[in-house]
Design a protein around this ligand. Structure first.
Ligand code: FES
Length: 153
C-alpha cells in the first residue's frame, strides 16, 4: 500500500502517495518531473543523484522518499532564480567545469553545500576531499575545483 509523504521541494510543498520502497531520486524524477537530478550508479557511489536535504548533500538514490516526510529538499532546478543562474552555476559555465554534463547537477549540489558549510576548509585539498563523492568520468575535476574556488572569492 502507498504511504503519503509531504516535503518541500525547491520551496514548494509537495504531497505524494507512493510505495514505501521508492527512493527519493525516483520520486523526484518520476513523480515530480524533476529530471535534473541524475541516476548514475544507483548505489551511492557516484554522486550524480546528489540533492540537498535540509541543506545537507545526500545521495538521493539511497534515501527512501518516505523517510523525508517534512524535509526541505533542493534539487538542481532550485539553484537558479528564474533565468538568473546562481553564481556557482555561472562559474561552472565560465570555467568549463563539465564535459558531458551528466555529473554536473550532483557536482553543483555538493558544491553548494560545501560553500555554506563552515566545517569544510577553504584550501584546494579541503575542497577536493569534500567533493570526493562526486565522480566525473570526463575528468573535469581541475575546472570544477576552479569554479568552486572562484565562487568563494
Ligand atoms: Fe546515487 Fe550514483 S546514482 S550515488
Amino acid at each position: 500500500t502507498d504511504t503519503s509523504v509531504s516535503f518541500r521541494v525547491n520551496g514548494k510543498m509537495q504531497h505524494i502517495d507512493l510505495p514505501p520502497n521508492v527512493v527519493l531520486l525516483d520520486a523526484l524524477r518520476d513523480r515530480l518531473g524533476l529530471t535534473g537530478t541524475k541516476k548514475g550508479c544507483d548505489h551511492g557511489q557516484c554522486g550524480a543523484c546528489t540533492v540537498l536535504v535540509n541543506g545537507e548533500a545526500v545521495n538521493s538514490c539511497l534515501a527512501l522518499a518516505v523517510v523525508h516526510d517534512g524535509d526541505d529538499i533542493t534539487t538542481v532546478e532550485g539553484l537558479a532564480d528564474g533565468d538568473d543562474l546562481a553564481p556557482l552555476q555561472a562559474a561552472f559555465l565560465e570555467h568549463d567545469a563539465y564535459q558531458c554534463g551528466y555529473c554536473t547537477p550532483g557536482q553543483l549540489m555538493s558544491a553548494t553545500e560545501l560553500l555554506t558549510n563552515e566545517n569544510i576548509g577553504v584550501n584546494d585539498a579541503d575542497v577536493k576531499e569534500a567533493m570526493s563523492g562526486n565522480i566525473c568520468r570526463c575528468g573535469a575535476y581541475k575546472n570544477i575545483l576552479a569554479a568552486i574556488q572562484h565562487t568563494r572569492r
